[in-house]
Design a protein around this ligand. Sequence first.
Ligand code: NAP
Length: 270
Amino acid sequence: MTQSHTTKPGTAVVTGASSGIGKVYAERLAARGYDLVLVARRKERLKEIADELRERHPVKAEALVADLSTPDGLSAVRERLSTDASVSLLVNNAGFSALKPLTQTPDETVASMIALNVTALTALSRAALIAFKGRNAGTIVNIGSGAGFSPYPDIPVYGATKAYVFLFTQSLQHEVEGTAVRIQLVLPGAVVSEGWDVAGGAALEPLPESIVMTTEDCVDAALSGLDQGETITAPSLHDASLLSDYVDRSGQLLQAMFDAKPAERYRSGR
Ligand SMILES: NC(=O)c1ccc[n+]([C@@H]2O[C@H](COP(=O)([O-])OP(=O)(O)OC[C@H]3O[C@@H](n4cnc5c(N)ncnc54)[C@H](OP(=O)(O)O)[C@@H]3O)[C@@H](O)[C@H]2O)c1
């Protein structure tokens, strides 16, 4: 649904808005009439994007420069979510990867990846959820990844952080049942962005064009999923039943795990 400019949809806080998927979210949300708070570390880039969006659309757009892997940066954005009643949408998009086995990934990289992809996403979700539940309105969009579904030795920490986003976001969806607050989990596959250079993927063979989506297609599909009321949106997954079956089966697996007795195969020696 496209918002008319007479009905203001409120303010969207977009993390990681200085490039890639987050930048396209900022553009698309401005076109839908959202005022914007753009969060990332690169001040000049954020300011340029905010200036351009204000020129092209009748919206407010401001840069909130913050390193979300640090306590100070995180507090600044959390504070905004807690105190600005105009905020109606949080896009938890900032994240990064390192394409290296664990033993070749420095401790600091591991720590900041977990701080950004897990700790910041969790803290910002919590701040937004408290505010949104208080107003019984608002939407959180958490960006996970197809990489969170299966182990892959070159992205052991990244894949695990995205598996966290997958479980965490679905749990939050249960927490908002019966309220007007919405939470969408977005699961991109491979998307063209600077994120591949940040991860060190620029040194690899380029992925075949047929499996890599543009940021524009990814965000447009994610917003279409949101408009359609989806709770989980996988922009490049053609057979949606693969995902719904996976979610159903994981619920069945959990139920089947609860039993006082050890499974038969572990009782043979007794
Ligand atoms: N590209 C893919 O194939 C793909 C696939 C699945 C999921 N994703 C997910 O999509 C999201 C966006 O990634 P992208 O591909 O668009 O990559 P990107 O172009 O590198 O964008 C990452 C954004 O996060 C910001 N960021 C990085 N570290 C930050 C920090 N410490 N504090 C605040 N902001 C920080 C970056 O801005 P600054 O450097 O200015 O801080 C940038 O705006 C990520 O969560 C990623 O895991 C990407």
